[in-house]
Design a protein around this ligand. Structure first.
Ligand code: SAJ
Length: 412
């Protein structure tokens, strides 16, 4: 089949390449002309396992352009930022759907893959597509498939995870299933568009609420003189318990954002989902409180932030709690020095590990990159806060303060 993929980011590009290397002719489209040029030169614009090889494999079946190419099926995978009012900003989705409306013909199929608030496919997207003069369900097919991407493991998850496919009618569901079956090994489940949109948000809200529970337990256990990591690990011995890990906050572009889309239309301000978001958003404040207590005691001026990626072993710092923590430290007058072995693009300068340790009076570990596990923290560092239980206390000469323990409680 000839498929146009609109939006060649973290979702659209791997999806396009998987389709192109599984029997389809794929036309990628992105408004970023530089990205198009480098793709056509065989360069992948971001680091993700297996992508370079996949681009080589798809050499004769994948082309990229800045305009939407006419095809038989269209997949829209553009960003959906969160607005200041915590709603889903569908402006790029609407623009992409309008550009598809310019080329769509009778019998074509349109699939939305962007994460959106419930009702977007059959609302904004359908309306924009129908400006073509064609009617959804009568003249063209329409559906929603949630994306399966996780930085560091995207291609595997796209191929191996089960897929929830939403369609406005049976014909839409049938054709969407056929397309995804060409590269997905997981099971395919069919439903309506709004259910598929909602399931995506539920998956991430589930994780956010669970992490908020762990963050609340960290406060409770630390306050009661216990170590939250021991409590959670023992509670998780129960076969039906799976408490997530506490930490300095929740980052990334999914878990910190999607719960807001789920409650976008809910009038009640006291939902558990909102409260969980607020608990996770307040985690950096607890890091600051613990820091203030220690900085006063040790007269520390320059704080080293170790790890700024939003999670371990990736170079992605989108919505990382490290950004909030650094902003808070600077607002309190501290000097801040930052080190991350993977992150290249960041709001603050990133220094090498030697400069980091010669400059920092004290250290806060924010990201639990594996290679920090065996890291030796030198004597010049008076204290180290470990927000992820990631460091080896035996390798630390100064004071070691672990989040979710009495020592961490700070001035709270
Ligand atoms: N985190 C904790 N405690 C935990 C687990 C995670 O504090 O126990 C933090 C991480 O450090 C990170 C944030 O949460 O800052 C999110 O990390 P993550 O690995 O849980 O999630 P993402 O955002 O990288 O990917 C999620 C995944 N969703 C689920 O697992 C339900 C992924 O499968 C989705 O494809 C992705 O969101 C998405 O695009 O929606």
């Amino acid at each position: 089949m000839r498929i146009s993929v609109v939006g060649l980011g973290y979702i659209g590009l791997p999806t396009a390449l998987l389709l192109a290397s599984n029997g389809h002719t794929v036309y990628g489209c992105d408004i970023d002309a530089q990205k198009i040029q480098s793709l056509n030169e065989g360069k992948v614009p971001f680091v993700e396992d297996g992508m370079v090889e996949l681009l080589v494999q798809a050499r004769s079946t994948f082309t990229a352009d800045t305009v939407v190419h006419e095809a038989e099926a269209y997949i829209i995978a553009v960003p959906t930022p969160v607005t200041a009012q915590h709603t889903c900003d569908a402006v790029y989705v609407a623009a992409a759907a309008r550009s598809v409306a310019g080329v769509i013909k009778k019998g074509d199929l349109v699939i939305l893959e962007s994460t959106v608030s419930p009702g977007t496919t059959e609302g904004i997207v359908k309306t924009a597509l129908e400006t073509s003069g064609l009617k959804a369900g009568e003249d063209f097919l329409l559906g929603y498939v949630s994306e399966k991407a996780i930085p560091g493991n995207t291609l595997r998850e796209m191929k191996e995870n089960d897929r929830i496919i939403g369609g406005i009618n049976i014909e839409s569901q049938d054709l969407i299933s056929e397309i995804y079956k060409s590269f997905v090994n997981g099971a395919i489940f069919r439903t309506t568009c709004i259910v598929a949109e909602t399931v995506k948000l539920v998956e991430n809200a589930y994780r956010d609420v669970n992490i908020a529970f762990a963050n609340e337990l960290a406060q409770i256990c630390g306050g009661l003189g216990m170590n939250v990591w021991e409590v959670i690990s023992l509670a998780n011995k129960h076969p039906r318990v799976n408490v997530h890990q506490p930490g300095p906050g929740v980052g990334g572009h999914c878990i910190a954002v999607d719960p807001w889309f789920l409650i976008e239309g809910v009038k009640n301000d006291h939902t558990m989902i909102r409260h969980a978001r607020e608990i996770n958003e307040s985690a950096p404040m607890h890091v600051l409180a613990a820091t203030e207590k220690l900085a006063q005691k040790f007269k520390s001026k320059t704080i080293g932030v170790l790890g700024v990626a939003y999670k371990k072993n990736v170079d992605d710092s989108r919505e990382s709690p490290a950004i909030t923590i650094i902003d808070l430290l600077i607002s309190k007058g501290y000097e801040v020095v930052v080190h991350d072995p993977f992150v290249v693009k960041f709001a603050y300068p990133i220094v090498g590990i030697e400069e980091f340790f010669t400059t920092a009076d004290a250290v806060i570990l924010v990201t639990d990159h594996d290679l920090f596990k065996t890291m030796q923290i030198p004597e010049s560092v008076a204290w180290t806060i470990d927000t992820r239980a990631a460091l080896d206390p035996k390798k630390i000469n100064g004071e070691y303060i672990l989040l979710g323990t009495p020592e961490y409680q700070g001035n709270e």
